[in-house]
Write a protein that binds this ligand. Structure first.
Ligand code: ZN
Ligand code: FE
Length: 243
């Protein structure tokens, strides 16, 4: 595919991933979240890409900490959740459910997924079959309920579960191996989970990312997606908090 969006996965801080999305036809490059401006600037320079946009998923510092420096260095435009606009440094565009953002030819729809924070959003590039879900959904896990309720988070996860099953989910942290240990405590007899954990341990032993994973894989292995009801979800979330 000549004009498909290129995705660079940039490990930052202890466990974060920033992503650079590049459309070669237009020369547009967007960063999904900005954990570390210097690391992102290096990654851009290595590739000869100019940052045109930042798309923030939520206000936490490990997702927005590089915003102002990157904006100062590159003049990029910053899009983030309207519900958290006052806490997104340098925000230019306040996005709500159904809004469309672009990386050259590639188009993403904004999905509101509150729970981890009150205004958290995800970016779904339908044609590219990828979604950037921030700290809402992790491989075999989900974000802590810092600001929202279990009801909100369960509703948000259900919105993500309605995406096409082959969608690749790009989450914002490499938490997979620890999440998997908890998942196995919830479902010790899930054979898909055992197989996934074997793969995850192998990848991590070589320091290879376990992200992205497909929605299909998450539906088979993520205890939070498999809860089946808000009540069970809330119970599993509480258990994970003290696991
Ligand atoms: Zn967060
Ligand atoms: Fe985070």
């Amino acid at each position: 595919m000549l004009n498909s969006m290129e995705i660079a996965q940039i490990p930052c801080l202890d466990s974060n991933y920033a992503y650079l999305l590049h459309d070669s036809a237009s020369g547009s490059t967007s960063a999904i979240d900005t954990p570390d401006a210097d690391v992102i600037l290096d990654a851009l320079e290595q590739r000869g890409w100019n940052l045109t946009d930042i798309f923030n998923t939520h206000h936490h510092g490990d997702h927005t900490g590089g915003n102002l420096r990157l904006k100062e260095k590159t003049g990029c435009r910053i899009t983030g959740p309207k519900g958290e606009a006052s806490r997104i440094p340098g925000i230019d565009v306040e996005a709500v459910e159904g809004d469309v953002v672009r990386v050259g030819e590639s188009v993403a729809c904004v999905i509101e997924v509150p729970g981890h924070t009150k205004g958290h959003i995800a970016y779904h590039f339908e044609k590219d079959n990828v979604a950037f879900v921030g700290d809402t959904l992790f491989s075999m896990g989900c974000g802590r309920l810092f600001e929202g309720t279990a009801k909100q988070m369960w509703n948000s996860l259900n919105k993500l579960m309605r995406l096409p099953e082959s969608t690749l989910l790009y989450c914002a942290h490499e938490y997979t191996e620890a999440n998997g240990a908890f998942a196995l405590s919830v479902e010790p007899n899930n054979t898909d989970l055992h197989a996934r954990m074997e793969e995850v341990r192998m990848l991590r032993s070589k320091n290879i990312p376990t992200v992205p994973s497909s929605l299909d894989m998450e539906k088979r292995t993520n205890p939070f997606l498999r809860a089946g009801s808000e009540e069970v979800f809330a119970d599993i979330r509480r258990r994970k908090d003290c696991f």
